[in-house]
Design a binder for this molecule. Sequence first.
Ligand code: GDP
Length: 177
Amino acid sequence: MVDAFQKFDFLFKIVLIGDGAVGKTNLTTRFCQNEFNSESKSTIGVEFATKQIEVDGKNLKAQIWDTAGEERYRSITAAYYRGAVGALLVYDVTRFSTFENLPKWLGELREQADSNIQIILVGNKSDLVDNRVVSKEEGEKFARANHLSFIETSAANATNVEKAFTSLLNEIYKKTA
Ligand code: GDP
């Protein structure tokens, strides 16, 4: 069992970025607390949650920062990205505009974050099969072209959420250790 007072070997700051309402908060709460909220609530400012996982017998503590994608919160970005070693770049497979905005988010990451930051592209809401407008192939193609890892998730039914975070943490660990 991992408890709040357990010692850790590595502390990794992870940020979630992407347009508003793509599911950043719910991915975080699903991973950290195994919870999902169907009520939409706007994330105000910045919050972070933590979770420890074990890799190669080492305890990795992830400090996961979640903020709203809204332009009006732009002023927090410098502090938000500072020290981050990993990012989940999230879009919503049911809203094409969130996919079209990915280059804008990547540009911001390149400007503000450390150049070594490890990024995983996450197509969220895969449970909404009837509303899907971005195919898995389009996501894969964008990821390949931009040298990102890629996964589709559902915070609602928990598909691949753990895998998205743990594979990112594994990649970071491999580069660090
Ligand atoms: P954020 O603004 O990016 O943090 O997005 P939220 O986590 O607040 O989610 C926005 C809305 O999408 C909420 O109504 C969530 O319940 C819903 N949502 C988030 N993830 C999923 C998902 O995987 N599937 C479905 N069906 N809805 C989701």
